[in-house]
Each structure stands twice: as structure tokens, then as C-alpha cells.
Design a protein around this ligand. Structure first.
Ligand code: GLN
Ligand code: ZN
Length: 755
């Protein structure tokens, strides 16, 4: 008899209850007792939604982040957090967020936050050094287990595995992280023993690092670790997800664990291989429901795939989502705004649990027992698109992917026609999104404001924003993005083939959620999306105003994407739409267009062997969108990261005239990349960190510009902050930009003196 289980449920709640609880707790509106009480109620509700499972996960629910929970579980807190003499929960949130309102450095610093594999979920990076000593603090976990068991659930704790934990940790003193493995394993063993004593049979250890290329040192560490854990009195389910095992497959097949979970969608053949190679009583858990996307599965097809496995494994076959459902929204039934017929095709977490139930019953009791559900699935499963016979993005020689003039020629023409000084100053696009702006957008959305009223309001915001920039003395201006709730959602709302849900929230980090648009059909551009606002902004000033678009790759990486045609084909459709928008902007007299590719890098596949194919369509989609412009139209792009030495060639290949990047926190890394590869085009390395509330001093900025000038040619250097300003206050933005402009003026003066 096949069993069903889950790797994790969205913790945020269908209506973002956890977000609201967290925010009320942080502002002091509710106290700790109430916060714990109410979040427990939310957690119990999550369990209830999974009641049909043979094993429900515990350990997946977290107040903020499950990697941070693991650090607390094993007593791995940096000294600055340990020394913080307050409650456990205060320490927890201090590590997560730093101390608000304080200088965010030193003892008040939060842990570094970074992306969880190739998802848009961020975890708090564990810190290690030679003195790190682990200790076990399982109280909260044990308490949850006790509660869940007392309510009749069969519980399977889910923990980050020891190797993945160390792999994601940062050594603050260059101690190799693997040096810490023996000590850490001692605590894991102790924990597993505790769990057995609490009545637990199975424990899931997540090791998604197995979906990446690991060195032989790490494979050895895997063997050593799981050998040591094999004599603990619980059964271990080793879970890999986010991709195939590839060269790690035989390693995993040999580990002395009681069960293995694999991604049965990307790794269908690996599941078959393991079914042949594992030894009874070992269990195989196959991830057959996509935990990274929101389409209903073709259940009849999945059953066919599973039947041979079932014959081989019988009750040793488990079914699950491919990964934790953390990455999908909670429940589609409350969606009331999606295009007709779309709801039916979608499966959020609650629906995915139901799909698992149908599969289990279909396997265990025969298809006849679930005939009705299967008939329904036949009717609505998936989308049915036709892939392009030949995708123009896959042909690097396609002339549509090439600017008319080489960079040196067109850049000189642009700078002349734009009449820009040396070291032109600009910003990344957004200006503060005030309470007012958000309120008016919401009113308009609800229908409480007429189109005319709304337009007048946004125009007033744009005017204000332009006036401020003129006063500051910036050279290239922006309209400020007051009309945009989110840089991807805005285009999702304006392009056909993309739907925006009402409650499709997914946790991005802590209390922050995003609502990825849903790309469900062919994408077309019904009309201009941004021209009205940009042209209005340009009409107010002689200085150039940048058109502001979100790039095709970023739209894809921050959306749920149809999976019936290749992503490269979706990218092509988006690129065509954006190309038309750029043409329309040019016609309206706009001379500079910025196409943001904030998320280009995070879509990079986890495995080396897959990176080339991704970068080809990703870079070419950007080029298709931007290459047909006139020679003296200047194309900018912006990217939100600084570590890109590994993809610097791809970025150069995008051939944007100017790239602005987030570097203020790590100039050295950036400069290394630029020293070793002469980046051919112009670049604006952010000269201050917009994420910090601290105002950058004029001297700090001018020193930084001088350092930059040692490495980059002066005529190719732009001066700008390192990201959009929408999360800041005007009172922070004005002095910071003013210092940036005067630091630049100082440098220009020095340059003319020495010339
Ligand atoms: N143009 C966008 C802004 O300024 C870019 C945001 C981003 O890089 N994430 O907000
Ligand atoms: Zn950015």
C-alpha cells in the first residue's frame, strides 16, 4: 500500500496570517504569549489541511525561517546574538532582522540573508568559526510533536540535513565548514535519539545540496555522516529536491538510510533506478506533485508512471510533492479574479494534498475507485500549447539580436545627443512609495477613485519626483514608478496571457511575501504599458528621462510559468512584447530605456551542465527586446547582485550600453571581476547601499569613486545608488542623493584640474 506524505506546508497562511502576527508582535501590538498562541493556532490549521496524509511534517513551520530554526536547534548563534541578554524569541528576531532603528552594524547586525537554492525564498545564513560549539535545544520541536501527536497525527519531523546546513553556512574566520561536521553530528544523533523517545518512527533530513555539483570531499562527508547517523533509533528519510541527483545518484543509492526521497518529475528515471537498486526494507519516496509550480497534474499519467514502481516496491513506495510546498500559495478556492477557466487548472498547496490523496487511492484501490476524480483531471489538467518550431532566441547568429552599431560608436553618439557630463549621475528607477501612494493605488483598484482622479494623482507624484531630481542636479532622471505596486506584477497586469491572483502569496523572507503572476497562455501586448507616464515625465524637463521596463527573464523568474512549452518560448513572447513597448517609447521621444534584469542571476540552474542553455535564451531574450532601437537610443539594465564574476561574459554579451549593479556592500568582489575581464560597456557600480537607513557621507562616496576610477575608464563610469529607492523615505533619499551629486561634482572638478 503506497503512503503519502508532505515535505512542508506554506507557513504564512492563506491570508498571510503569519505576516500580520509578526508585524503586530514587532510593533508591540501583541505580546509574546499572544504571538505564540496565535501562531500555534495557524500551525494547527496547517496540519488540519494535511490530515489525509499518512505522515504530516512537523518542523516545517517556522516563525521566520527554517534554516534559522536549525541554527537555534543546534545552539549555533553568533556571539553578538548570544550576548543579547533577552528572551529566546528576541534573540531569534535579532538574528533574523537586526535591531531596527539602530545602526545596523556590529552588535546590532542581522544575519546575512540569501536565496535558498534556485528559489525566491531567502534564509538566514548560519555563521561558523573555529570556536563554534553546538548544543541541542529541541524543546520547541518536541513540543510541537507532542501537540500534533496528541491530536492524532502521525508525525514525521522534517529537518535540514547536516551537510546541507554546513554547506549553506558561512565561515567567518576561514575555518573549513566541514571541520565542524563531527561535532554537529553528535548533536544530530542526540536529537534523533530524543525524537525516538518522543515516539517518532521516521525523520526526514533534507539534503538538497545533492541537486548541485558537489566535490568528492563532500561526497565523502555524506558517507561519513549518514554512516554515523545510521545507528540512531529512528528511521531516516534522506530527501533531495530542486533537481536531479545526476552524478550523486550512486552515492545516494549506497547511503545507509531507511528511505530516499527524489524529485520524480525532473528525475523520473532516477526514481526508476532507485526502485531497482534499493534494498528492502528501504523506502522510496517519489515527488510526483510539482512543489515549484501551480498547475494541476495529469493524474492519470502520473498513475501510469507509478504503477511499475508500486509493483516493485509495494508498501515501500511513498508519494509526495517534489519539494516543500513552501514555494506555492495556500489555497486556490478563494481566487475570484482570475480569467474564466483558469482556477480549474490551478493547484495550490491544499489542492496538491488532495491530488496526492487521489493518487494514493488510485494506486491502492485501483483506478475505478477514483474514476470520478480522474475523469475530472482528464478534462482540466494542464495547458495545451504548441512549442515554437524554431525559437529565434536559440540562434546566436540571428541578426535581430544585434544592435545596429558597435558599442564604441553608438555610445559616443548617445552621450553627445544626450549632452551628458563626465560621470553622469542617475538613479535606478523607483522613488519612495509613500503611504499615500499605496493608499491611492488601492482605492483605484477597489473602484473608489475614477480613472481621471487616479491619473491626476500619479501625475502629481511624477511631477514632484522630477522636481526633486532637478533640484538635486541629477543628470538622467526617472519618473519614480509611483504607479507600480511591484516591478513584475505591473507588467503581469498589462500583458495578455499573464494573470495576477488575489491571494497567491508566497513567502519571500520572514514576513515578506510576493504574489508571483501566473503566465498561463501566449503573451501579447494589447497596447502601451508605460508610455503615458514616461512621456508625461519627459514633458516636464529638458533632461533625459529613462523609460523603465522589467526584462523578460526577470518576469519569468518571478512568475509561475506555464509548463506546456519551453521557458525559452515564453521568454521569446515576452521579449517581443517588450520590444514593441521600447519602440513606442522611442516614438514618444524617449532617448534612454532601462530594462531591469534584477533576477537574471537567480534563475541560473543549480548545475554547471545546465547553465549554458539557460544563459543562451536569457541573454538573447534581453537582446531581442533591446536590439532594434536606434543607434543613439541608450539601453540601460539594472541587476540586483554583485557576485557575478561567474556570469560576467553573459552580462557583457547582453550588450546593454550601461549596466547599473548592486555593489555597495561588496566592492572588492565586483572590482575583482572587472579587473580580470575588461567589461566592454559602461557601468554604474552602486556607490551607496540603499538597504541601509544610514546616510552615506560625501567623502565616503568620493573616495569610492576614486577607487573605481583606478579600475574603470572615466568615460564609461556612471554614478548611482545600488538599487531602487522605493523602500526608503524621502527624508533619507534627499540627503543621500545630494551627497552623491556633490561627491561627483568634486570628482569632476579634480578631473578637469588634472586634465
Ligand atoms: N527599477 C526598479 C526600482 O528602481 C528596480 C528594482 C530592483 O532592482 N529590484 O525599483
Ligand atoms: Zn536592484
Amino acid at each position: 500500500m503506497a503512503k503519502i506524505h508532505n515535505l512542508g506546508f506554506p507557513r504564512i497562511g492563506a491570508k498571510r496570517e503569519l505576516k500580520h502576527l509578526l508585524e503586530s508582535f514587532w510593533t508591540g501590538e501583541i505580546n509574546e504569549t499572544r504571538f505564540i498562541e496565535q501562531s500555534n493556532a495557524l500551525w494547527l490549521n496547517n496540519l488540519q489541511q494535511q490530515a489525509v496524509l499518512d505522515y504530516v511534517p512537523v518542523g516545517d513551520f517556522s516563525f521566520y525561517d527554517h534554516v534559522l530554526d536549525t541554527s537555534f536547534l543546534f545552539g549555533n548563534l553568533p556571539q553578538r546574538i548570544k550576548d543579547h541578554g533577552v528572551s529566546e524569541l528576541d534573540k531569534y528576531f535579532l538574528f533574523a532582522r537586526g535591531k531596527a532603528g539602530q545602526d545596523l552594524c556590529c552588535e546590532n547586525a542581522a544575519g546575512e540573508m540569501t536565496k535558498w537554492f534556485d528559489t525566491n525564498y531567502h534564509y538566514i545564513v548560519p555563521e561558523l568559526d573555529k570556536n563554534t560549539a553546538f548544543s541541542l535545544h529541541p524543546e520547541r520541536l518536541l513540543q510541537r510533536i507532542k501537540i500534533a501527536r496528541s491530536q492524532g497525527y502521525e508525525v514525521k519531523p522534517v529537518l535540514v540535513g547536516p551537510l546541507t546546513y554546513l554547506y549553506l553556512s558561512r565561515s567567518t574566520d576561514n575555518t573549513p565548514v566541514l571541520d565542524k561536521l563531527p561535532d554537529l553530528l553528535t548533536q544530530y544523533s542526540l536529537l534523533l535519539t530524543n525524537l525516538a523517545a518522543a515516539g517518532i518512527e521516521w525523520v526526514q533530513l533534507d539534503e538538497p545540496v545533492l541537486a548541485t555539483n558537489i566535490s568528492s570531499e563532500w561526497s565523502m562527508a555524506f558517507r561519513y555522516a549518514y554512516q554515523r547517523l545510521s545507528d540512531t533509533p529512528v528511521k531516516i528519510l534522506l530527501a533531495n529536491y530542486f533537481g536531479k541527483l545526476n552524478e550523486n545518484l550512486s552515492l545516494v543509492a549506497e547511503l545507509p538510510v531507511d528511505g530516499i526521497h527524489v524529485d520524480g518529475i525532473k528525475g523520473e528515471t532516477e526514481a526508476q533506478y532507485l526502485a531497482d537498486h534499493i534494498q528492502a526494507p528501504q523506502v522510496l519516496s517519489v515527488g510526483v506533485i510539482n512543489g515549484r509550480n501551480i498547475w494541476k497534474q495529469d493524474l492519470r499519467k502520473v498513475l501510469k508512471q507509478l504503477q511499475p514502481l508500486q509493483e516493485k516496491l509495494e508498501n515501500r513506495l511513498w508519494l509526495a510533492p517534489t519539494c516543500s510546498l513552501l514555494h506555492v500559495p495556500v489555497d486556490v478556492t478563494s481566487e475570484d479574479r482570475l480569467p474564466a477557466g483558469l482556477n480549474n487548472k490551478l493547484s495550490f498547496a491544499v489542492q496538491k494534498i488532495n491530488e496526492l490523496e487521489i493518487l494514493r487511492d488510485g494506486l491502492n484501490r485501483g483506478e475505478a475507485a477514483v474514476a470520478e476524480a480522474l475523469a475530472e483531471s482528464d478534462e482540466i489538467a494542464g495547458l495545451a500549447g504548441t512549442a515554437l518550431a524554431q525559437n529565434p532566441l536559440l540562434d546566436n547568429d540571428n541578426p535581430q539580436l544585434k544592435r545596429r552599431l558597435p558599442f564604441e560608436k553608438r555610445y559616443a553618439a548617445q552621450q553627445a545627443s544626450l549632452k551628458l557630463p563626465l560621470l553622469p549621475t542617475t538613479t535606478i528607477g523607483s522613488f519612495p512609495q509613500t503611504q499615500d501612494i499605496r493608499q491611492v493605488r488601492a482605492q483605484y483598484r477597489r473602484g473608489d477613485l475614477s480613472e481621471g482622479q487616479y491619473k491626476a494623482f500619479i501625475e502629481a507624484q511624477i511631477r514632484l519626483c522630477i522636481e526633486q531630481q532637478v533640484d538635486l542636479g541629477l543628470d538622467v532622471l526617472v519618473h519614480g514608478e509611483a504607479e507600480r505596486n511591484d516591478m513584475v506584477e505591473y507588467f503581469g497586469e498589462h500583458l495578455d496571457g499573464i494573470a495576477v491572483s488575489r491571494f497567491g502569496w508566497v513567502q519571500s523572507y520572514g514576513s515578506r511575501c510576493v504574489k508571483p503572476p501566473i503566465i498561463h497562455a501566449d503573451i501579447t501586448r494589447p497596447g502601451p504599458m508605460t508610455v503615458e507616464w514616461i512621456a508625461y515625465a519627459q514633458s516636464l524637463t529638458e533632461k533625459p528621462v529613462k523609460g523603465m521596463l522589467t526584462g523578460p527573464v526577470t518576469i519569468i523568474n518571478w512568475s509561475f510559468v506555464r509548463d506546456d512549452i519551453p521557458r525559452a518560448d515564453v521568454a521569446y513572447q515576452l521579449a517581443e512584447g517588450l520590444k514593441d513597448e521600447i519602440t513606442a517609447l522611442e516614438k514618444a521621444g524617449i532617448k534612454i530605456v532601462q530594462v531591469d534584469e534584477a533576477a537574471l542571476r537567480e534563475g541560473l540552474p543549480l548545475r554547471e551542465e545546465e547553465k549554458g542553455a539557460y544563459l543562451q535564451w536569457a541573454v538573447n531574450a534581453f537582446k531581442l527586446a533591446t536590439s532594434s532601437v536606434k543607434g543613439d537610443t541608450q539601453i540601460h539594465t539594472h541587476m540586483c547582485y554583485s557576485e557575478f564574476s561567474d556570469i560576467i561574459d553573459a552580462i557583457a554579451n547582453m550588450d546593454a550600453d550601461v549596466v547599473t549593479i548592486e555593489t555597495a556592500r561588496s566592492h572588492l568582489t565586483l572590482l575583482d571581476a572587472f579587473k580580470s575581464t575588461a567589461y566592454p560597456n559602461a557601468i554604474g557600480p552602486g556607490v551607496y547601499d540603499i538597504h541601509s537607513p544610514a546616510c552615506p557621507a560625501k567623502e565616503t562616496i568620493s573616495n569610492l569613486i576614486e577607487t573605481l576610477l583606478d579600475i574603470l575608464p572615466v568615460e564609461k563610469l556612471w554614478i548611482n545608488p545600488d538599487c531602487g529607492l522605493k523602500t526608503r523615505q524621502w527624508s533619507e533619499v534627499l540627503p543621500a542623493l545630494s551627497n552623491m551629486v556633490s561627491a561627483t561634482a568634486l570628482l569632476r572638478q579634480k578631473l578637469t584640474q588634472t586634465a
